[in-house]
Design a protein around this ligand. Structure first.
Ligand SMILES: Nc1ncnc2c1ncn2[C@@H]1O[C@H](COP(=O)(O)OP(=O)(O)OP(=O)(O)O)[C@@H](O)[C@H]1O
Length: 231
């Protein structure tokens, strides 16, 4: 189980963007981080990863796979060179990693692009490259920031299958997304953020409380409640 405990975090001294973010990610489970634009999802992820400039937090992580919100690619490396760089810097079995990377390139239909430069790929193809790099080594924990963004429907289905398979091997996931219909089916529980604070935590059943609603309807109601209370 991974425990996230963030007292406060922000980009400038004494200017907290997120506050009191506490939740756990049980082994073999997918936790969805949901919230509107600017709610603090990426800031929470950056804090967990220890890359936010100012923070008071306690999150003990070992190695993990990470897909950033926007693809991070080297201008002068081909797809194969990106994979190779990752394999060389990783302590796991090189042959196994190469096999796995090639398998993932096939899954995402990029096997014919190995000698091309990802910097020139379409947005969705670049997203696939980030997924291939994150899923090549086997980790116990993965942080995926908006992983479905730009993916075609086939790639979304394949990613969902990959997450499910990886989860079965006891890996945990923290996934930030606006794709609430997908999140509803994928995630075991949800952390709902608004203006840098948690407004609700729970499974879909716990969030539904009285009657069956979609995650989108629940989130809409939660926001309405918070906004009305603020008036
Ligand atoms: N590098 C930065 N410097 C200063 N402020 C930032 C920076 N990045 C984000 N912020 C601010 O932090 C707040 C939360 O942003 P964050 O990116 O965490 O939201 P988000 O929930 O991921 O939003 P979105 O769904 O739009 O990606 C916003 O008010 C944003 O302007």
């Amino acid at each position: 189980m991974i425990s996230i405990n963030i007292q406060s975090a922000g980009y400038e001294q004494n200017k907290a963007i997120i506050k009191n973010i506490e939740f756990t990610i049980p082994k073999g489970q997918v936790v969805g981080l949901i919230g509107g634009n600017g709610a603090g999802k990426s800031t929470t992820i950056q804090t967990i990863m220890g890359t936010i400039p100012h923070s008071q937090h306690k999150c003990e992580l070992s190695e993990y796979g990470y897909v950033p919100e926007r693809p991070i690619l080297y201008d002068y490396l081909t797809l194969w060179e990106h994979i190779h760089l990752l394999i060389q810097s990783n302590g796991q079995d090189t042959v196994k990693l190469e096999q796995r990377a090639m398998e993932l390139c096939k899954i995402f239909r990029l096997q014919s692009k190995l000698n091309e430069y990802p910097i020139n790929f379409s947005k969705g193809m670049q997203q696939k490259v980030m997924l291939i790099l994150a899923f090549t080594p086997r980790y116990d924990f993965y942080i995926l920031d908006e992983p479905f963004m730009g993916l075609d429907p086939q790639a979304i289905r394949r990613l969902l299958t990959m997450i499910d398979d990886t989860k079965r091997q006891s890996a945990s996931f923290l996934i930030s997304t606006h794709a609430l219909d997908t999140a509803e089916k994928l995630c075991d529980s949800f952390v709902c953020l608004h203006e840098g604070k948690i407004i609700r935590i729970g499974t879909l059943e716990q969030l539904q409380q009285h009657h069956s609603q979609s995650l989108l309807e629940i989130f809409d109601e939660l926001l309405e409640g918070v906004e009305n209370a603020a008036v």
